[in-house]
Design a protein around this ligand. Structure first.
Ligand code: ADP
Length: 662
């Protein structure tokens, strides 16, 4: 046996694995010169022959192979420690034999494979150690990682992390993963921060990654250099054990820009939503207010009308009830006009019609309207002008009047009996020779308003609730309309007030001045006798029976002869069948069956009769907007009278259009 090439030895399979025999090659392998030395080095046991680090693995492997093999053979590789301390690699072919004398023994052929093993490990090491490869690996990692601020590898089962990008070697580059979360995921109570810190816990990540490979989180993180930042963490499974993710790579990138643009977008959406909600709330409030405000005067009208029927025999009561009906109707009409104005202004449909107007005449008219109201409450009312207020300006008289009347009516309404009300008109100078800046100040010494209420006074439907306002009728629309009208005229309005001391409203407006060449319109003065219309002939078209009846009564009172047609076509027919010059005037409703008022006017004007072009035609209609007036004029009509009819105004129109004819 000492002659066979390579090492050969025999040892007991059981007990201490005692070496029974080893040839010279074995001694040589272990760099021992004598068997004594070999026994000393190995303790005369197979266990002593194997490097302690490899022993367990070797024994386990041998046992496994012998059990699983028919021929009782095994093959293992392990390290040995030579007598001089050198570690070498050997390969071991074992054969298990059961003998009667020795029991179980192993016959083993052993040879040195250090050169082969070194070559193998060198090649493995070479691959990783090769500078170029490492460089490639680093740039590969960096190019993917550069879109990340940081990349971590996390051992999910052991709760351990290692930072793999950026390459750094400080203490924070590895450690306890939960600690990292505590440190870096901001505790700011924003957008469910708490949940995110929880969601990034290893066991939560494991659960989330069970059936997908990547999950992403957004959170605010604490920057190492201080401060916070929005970022996204994408967590990718790195390794699974029996399907359970055990390690993951977490890439953290900044999403500040993204969040900011999302926030901007959200802000826009929130704004739009808020506006829609506000519009909806305003609409609901509007309907609630309208319903209430319409029902209140309607209730009075319906109630007093019923009472009127029952009290027909009592002239005193009849007059009293009729007055109440009239005043409630006026209020209702005012409300409807306000609401229409409001909606027209808000939808941008209110147009100004700028014309020459005389300041002196204008202020006289204001005085005529306000004096009686103030007089009823024993109040003192005065208009004062200061500086060189020009007489002629270019403005929308109707709208300016609406502004001042609204302010002055309120002053009267919200000032107790015997109070003082004043309108001051100031010339604030000319910006250029063609413009003048006028300031209108309405002052009262009435109930005034709280600071708080003054902030919302110009909002629709706002009223300061006090014992007085409760008793005073109002819709809370007047000031909103006033402000809007002032805006429309490119002016400003402001209020100063103190509770129980009074209020001052200031309106600043600029007006163009008419050029010298523009002739003032001559005032047409008409002889005003009561029954100047007696004997005149009027043709009217009105499809609504009630309205026709009212019109008939009014015309009867005027002493006028009239024919009423039920529609436009009938009116045209009556006109064509009458002798020329028969009718002194034509009144046309607009919305009628068969032929509307506009078409009827056009047909009459185009009829070719001698009086076709001259007979005065007026529209009498509930279509009361500026466009409607314009359309009436365009159809060849002379005037536009809006319903409900103001009988005094109708009388004026009749006189204007018919006196001097026939
Ligand atoms: P209304 O008079 O129909 O209630 P307005 O819009 O004209 O509606 O006015 C809104 C509210 O402003 C009033 O209800 C009142 O509370 C307050 N107000 C307006 N003018 C005066 C004033 N001159 N003095 C005291 N309070 C006023």
């Amino acid at each position: 046996m000492s002659g066979i090439p390579g090492g050969f030895f025999i040892y007991h399979a059981d007990g201490d694995e005692e070496i029974i025999y080893a040839n010279n090659e074995v001694l040589y392998l272990y760099k021992c010169e004598t068997m004594e030395q070999f026994r000393e080095l190995t303790g005369n046991s197979f266990r002593g022959m194997v490097h302690p680090d490899d022993l367990d693995e070797v024994e386990r492997s041998i046992e496994e192979q012998i059990m699983g093999s028919q021929r009782n053979l095994d093959y293992v590789e392990y390290r040995i420690t030579c007598r001089d301390g050198e570690v070498r690699w050997v390969e071991d072919f074992g054969h298990f034999v059961k003998s009667d004398v020795y029991g179980g023994v192993f016959y083993v052929f052993i040879s040195d494979v250090t050169a082969k093993m070194n070559d193998h490990t060198r090649r493995e090491n070479d691959y990783l150690n090769d500078k170029r490869d490492q460089e490639l690996l680093r740039t590969a990692l960096q190019s993917t990682a550069s879109s990340y601020r940081e990349v971590y590898m996390v051992d999910l089962t052991n709760n351990y992390y290692r930072m793999i990008y950026p390459d750094n070697h400080n203490a924070a580059a590895r450690g306890n993963y939960r600690e990292l979360l505590k440190r870096r995921v901001s505790g700011s109570q924003r957008d469910g921060q708490d949940d995110i810190r929880l969601g990034l816990q290893p066991e939560r990540l494991q659960a989330a990654l069970m059936d997908q490979n990547v999950v992403e989180f957004r959170y605010i993180r604490n920057m190492p250099e201080g401060g916070e930042e929005w970022c996204a963490a994408s967590v990718t499974v790195n390794e699974r054990a029996e399907g359970v993710p055990v390690s993951a790579v977490i890439g953290v990138r900044s999403i500040e820009q993204l969040i900011r643009s999302e926030e901007r977008q959200n802000a826009i959406l929130r704004d739009a939503l808020l506006q829609a909600q506000q519009a909806n709330a305003a609409k609901n409030m509007f309907l609630a207010n309208m319903s209430h405000d319409i029902r209140t005067p309607m209730n009075a009208i319906v109630g007093f009308s019923t009472l009127l029927e029952n009290e027909a025999e009592n002239p005193e009561k009849v007059r009293q009830y009729a007055q109440r009906i009239t005043s409630s109707s006026r209020h209702l009409l005012g409300l409807i006009n306000d609401v229409l104005d409001m909606s027209r202004i808000e939808s941008g449909n209110m147009a100004l019609s700028v014309d020459r107007m005389s300041m002196r005449e204008f202020l006289k008219e204001i005085s005529t309207i306000i004096l009686p109201q103030a007089g009823k409450k024993g109040q003192h009312f005065e208009i004062k002008t200061h500086g060189r207020v020009p007489d002629w300006i270019l403005g929308d008289q109707l709208r300016l009047e609406q502004v001042l009347i609204n302010l002055l009516t309120n002053a009267v309404k919200y000032t107790p009996e015997g109070g003082h009300i004043e309108l001051d008109v100031l010339d604030c100078g000319q910006r250029s020779p063609s413009y003048v800046h006028l300031r209108f100040i309405v002052t009262d010494d009435g109930i005034g308003m709280s600071e708080e209420f003054q902030k919302t006074i110009f909002d629709p439907f706002t009223r300061e609730v006090s014992s007085l306002t409760n008793k005073v009728q109002g819709t809370g629309l007047g000031m909103a309309i006033t402000r809007n009208l002032v805006n429309l005229m490119s002016g400003t309005i402001s209020v100063k007030s103190k509770k129980d001391e009074g209020s001052t409203f200031t309106v600043d407006l600029e007006f163009a001045l008419p050029t010298q060449t523009e002739e003032p319109r001559p005032d047409t003065t008409v002889e005003d006798t009561e029954r100047v219309l007696v004997g005149k002939r009027i043709l009217a078209a009105e499809d609504n029976e009630l309205n026709a009846e009212i019109l008939g009564e009014v015309l009867k009172l005027e002493g006028v002869n009239y024919d009423i047609a039920q529609d436009g076509a009938k009116a045209v027919e009556l006109f064509l069948n009458s002798p020329p010059g028969w009718y002194d005037m034509i009144l046309l409703d607009i919305q009628m069956p068969r032929m509307n008022g506009y078409d009827a006017a056009v047909a009459i004007r185009a009829s070719g009769r001698p009086d076709a072009g001259t007979v005065p035609i007026a529209a009498m209609t509930a279509n009361a907007f500026t466009e409607d007036v314009q359309r009436a004029i365009n159809s060849g009509m002379n005037e536009h009278i809006s319903k409900p009819i103001d009988i005094a105004a109708l009388h004026e129109t009749f006189k204007r259009l018919m006196i001097g004819r026939k």
